[in-house]
Design a protein around this ligand. Structure first.
Ligand code: ADP
Length: 815
């Protein structure tokens, strides 16, 4: 029946078209009454066409139903074996029919499914969304829908599915059931989630590294920075927008842009995979920060040009500053290492040499070689202190330090490339890290060649010195500043008739020699204290010798260090008993002589005065009464008697010096000289010469002898003048630490150097009595006076120019 209806439809449509065509013909060619007929025919044809259409619609439904029934087997097969899960679901949601794939997917059998609703196996979080679609589908708001949602499997696992839902209606248009197509998308979802997690992790890492990121389309210049990128230079992204590659260029140091460009080119030309550049960027505050810019071209255009490039910015300012500080301190360390004259050698924990400073290299005279320990001995010529035997590896201080942890004051000899032997003292240590892990060892070598030579010399000298020290005629010792006897020479020990052990280490004043009396010991003690303060002491003292009391001339000489501190005292003594005895005898003789001279000159004075006065009377009364010869003889006799008188006076004066009982007193020198100057007035006026007296220091001494002293010197200065010259005599003086020093200067005839000493002896004259009158006693008297005042007298002179007579008066004369 359906087939006949199907065939009828085109017939009916064709009929209605034919009728319309007929009606159109009638309408145009026939008269009016037929026109109405034609309209009726058209209406008929429209009716037939309607019938045809209704038939067609009916036929469609019929067809469907027919096709359905004819292909139901195919559908059932396709449904059952479809690779995706399929299910027919009732309006309430119950599974009416499910295919095998769906059973496999969720783990239920098809029977079990028929007892389930989709609501029961849908994840609660997805259910509402799903039901929303279902309701729209049922209400014809949508024909079909698709969602991703979660199902629970029978085991309770959650799986992700992609659900396509549609509905099937009954032929009458009423709802029949849903068709659900279910695709397992769990693997895709998992993968997607993994990607999500991964990108989140990457994002976290980027955030964690505090790095700014950039994405750059090299072809268009379009650039994306993250917020951190902007923050690195103190901005927000908003402040920097609009952002392009120029944003980066504007903030980057021009010098670094150039380098960056070079590195980018390398990257674009695929010479390097990564772009890495350290650049300075200007911060919003104005200062420059250092940025490590790293990136990589990730995609390329088809014609091989770089397209997308991605990268990061990291603030490495601190690192750069630390690097700068590090390089500064390394430079400092290198300079220090290479400027010290101590050789430094370092090895790592394996024994490989890692450092030789300049001094160490110089000590060997060969270039540094980073050798392993087993090769040290063959390369570096290291010898034992005998200078011959080569050092074994385990005797090398660096190796010992590495193995044992520490080595100190180990001595060895380096055979320098030049052949010279260098004596070194080594001190070394292990190098450990914070956790006490061995990093290596270091050794410091001090060149002690000179010290060794000096020590050897000192030893040689000491041996020689000891020989001299012990064999000298004097007693010599060595005292600490506190007076302990540290050393005494053999002479001194022998003199005491003891052994050195009986004396060394004792206080000097408690040693045998000085025990002669308490007073001698006390004096010595006091003198040692003075010497310890830097004073040179000398005195004669009677001490005990092996043979009994002996007088010695004894010195205490302080020994100073570079800073002027007294570090020791050297006592020195020499027996002078014989000298003392002969001096005593001499003094006695002198006294006797002086007494004799005094008595003789005193006793001679009277007859001489008589001879002189009678000769003068003879000359006065009888001159011209005899012949000329008699006059001459009388004159010579008078003259000789005068000179004899002078000589006896001078001798008497000389003899008296020291024997007078004059007190030691303060002498106002200028006043004293003023008293004696009138004595020379006549001579000075006659000779038209001047005498200039400077301000002189006052002194302490015996007035009369000091007066004689000045009188003689000024008298000589007046006497020994060049005739006819305008000369000047000057008396000057000054105060020294231990004495007063005076000078009587003239511009007279002067004295030849060879006579400087002898003129101070008695009766020594350089001129005849005809040239200059005198007795030759003046300077001898001066010498005696000065000596009695603990001083010295000397002359500096030039013949024809003048003389300077100097003398000193000792201050200690006070004591
Ligand atoms: P005299 O009685 O001869 O002056 P002195 O002992 O005073 O004896 O001097 C010794 C000698 O030293 C003198 O004879 C003289 O030759 C020399 N003499 C002393 N003073 C001077 C002087 N101021 N200038 C040159 N010669 C001098």
């Amino acid at each position: 029946m359906l087939n006949s209806t199907q065939k009828l439809i085109p017939t009916l449509i064709g009929l209605s078209v034919a009728i319309v065509a007929l009606a159109a013909f009638l309408f145009s060619y026939l008269d009016h009454p037929f026109k109405l007929l034609s309209i009726a025919i058209v209406l008929l044809s429209v009716f037939i066409f309607y019938i045809a259409l209704r038939l067609k619609k009916f036929n469609t439904y019929s067809n469907l139903s027919t096709e359905s029934s004819s292909s139901s087997d195919e559908f059932a097969t396709a449904f059952e074996y479809a690779s995706i899960g399929m299910g027919l679901v009732s309006l309430e949601g119950r599974f009416i029919k499910v295919n095998k794939s769906l059973c496999d997917l969720l783990g239920y059998s098809s029977e079990e499914f028929t007892k389930l609703t989709f609501q029961e196996i849908t994840h609660p979080d997805d259910l509402e969304r799903d039901l929303g679609y279902v309701s729209k589908l049922v209400n014809d708001a949508i024909e079909t829908y698709q969602i991703e949602k979660r199902y629970f499997t029978k085991k309770g696992d959650i799986i992700w599915i992609n659900l396509s839902g549609s509905k099937v209606k009954n032929p009458d248009g009423s709802f029949k059931h849903f068709i659900a197509q279910i695709e397992n998308i769990t693997p895709r979802k998992d993968a997607f989630q993994k990607i999500e997690e991964q990108s989140q992790r990457i994002q976290n890492i980027i955030d964690g590294t505090n790095a700014g990121t950039w994405e750059w389309n090299v072809q268009t210049g379009e650039t994306i920075f993250n917020q951190k990128w902007a923050e690195l230079i103190g901005y927000t992204l908003e402040e920097l927008s609009p952002i392009s590659i120029n944003t980066w260029m504007n903030f980057t140091h021009p010098d670094d842009l150039f380098i960056s460009e070079q590195k980018l080119t390398e990257c674009f030309e695929k010479q390097s995979e990564y772009y890495t550049c350290e650049c300075r960027m200007q911060h919003k505050d104005g200062h420059w920060i250092w940025v490590l810019d790293r990136g990589k071209v990730m995609t390329w255009t088809e014609d091989g040009k770089p397209l997308m490039m991605f990268g990061t910015h990291t603030d490495i300012t601190n690192l750069k500053e630390a690097q700068h500080e590090l390089s500064k301190s390394k430079a400092f360390l290198d300079t220090v290492l290479n400027s010290v004259d101590v050789g430094i050698v370092v090895c790592d924990h394996t024994g490989r040499l890692t450092l030789f400073n300049q001094a160490a290299t110089d000590m060997h005279g060969i270039p540094f070689n980073p050798l392993e320990s087993k090769n040290w001995t063959s390369y570096y010529d290291l010898l034992k202190t005998d200078g011959i035997t080569p050092l074994q590896l385990d005797e090398i201080p660096l190796f010992m330090a590495l193995k044992d942890g520490q080595i100190s004051n180990s001595e060895l000899i380096i055979q320098h490339a030049s052949g010279n032997k260098i004596f070194v003292n080594c001190t070394g240590n292990q190098i450990l890290d914070q956790n006490n892990n061995l990093l290596g060892a270091v050794i410091a070598m001090t060149d002690i060649t000179n010290l060794k030579l000096a020590t050897k010399n000192a030893e040689d000298i000491a041996v020689k010195f000891k020989g001299i020290f012990d064999s000298t005629f004097q007693f010599i010792g060595f005292l600490s500043p506190e007076g302990t006897l540290l050393e005494a020479n053999q002479t001194a020990v022998n003199f005491a008739g003891l052994h050195a052990d009986d004396l060394i280490g004792k206080k000097f004043w408690d040693c045998y020699w000085w025990t002669i009396s308490k007073e001698t010991q006390e004096t010595l003690k006091a003198n040692i204290e003075s010497a310890a303060k830097g004073e040179f002491i000398q005195y004669e003292v009677e001490v005990l010798g092996g043979m009994g009391p002996t007088t010695i001339l004894f010195n205490l000489k302080p020994l100073f260090d570079a800073s002027g501190e007294v570090i020791a005292i050297i006592p020195e003594g020499r027996p002078i008993q014989e000298i003392v005895d002969s001096r005593k005898a001499l003094l006695q003789k002198n006294e006797e002589l002086e007494r004799f001279a005094s008595v003789a000159s005193h006793d001679l004075k009277e007859p001489l005065r008589m001879i002189s006065s009678f000769l003068s009377l003879l000359e006065q009364n009888y001159k011209g009464k005899f012949d000329d010869k008699a006059d001459t003889y009388i004159h010579f006799s008078v003259d000789a008697a005068k000179r004899m008188t002078n000589l006896i006076n001078d001798l008497l004066n000389y003899a008296k010096i020291g024997s007078e009982d004059a007190p030691i007193e303060l002498i106002k020198t200028n006043e004293l000289i003023n008293e004696i100057l009138p004595l020379f007035n006549t001579d000075l006026e006659i000779q038209n010469r001047k005498i200039e007296i400077e301000k002189l220091p006052d002194i302490v001494g015996k007035t009369t002898p000091i007066k004689t002293l000045f009188q003689n010197l000024i008298g000589n200065a007046v006497k020994y003048q060049k005739p006819g010259s305008n000369t000047l005599i000057k008396v000057s003086g000054k105060e020294n630490i231990s004495n007063w020093e005076f000078c009587v200067e003239d511009n007279g005839i002067g004295i030849a150097p060879q006579h400087y000493e002898e003129i101070f002896q008695m009766f020594h004259r350089l001129h005849t009595k005809e040239e200059f009158a005198g007795t030759g006693m003046g300077l001898a008297t001066c010498n005696k006076i000065v000596k009695q005042h603990g001083g010295e007298i000397w002359v500096k002179s030039e013949e024809g120019v003048g003389s300077k007579f100097f003398f000193t008066i000792k201050k200690q004369y006070l004591n």
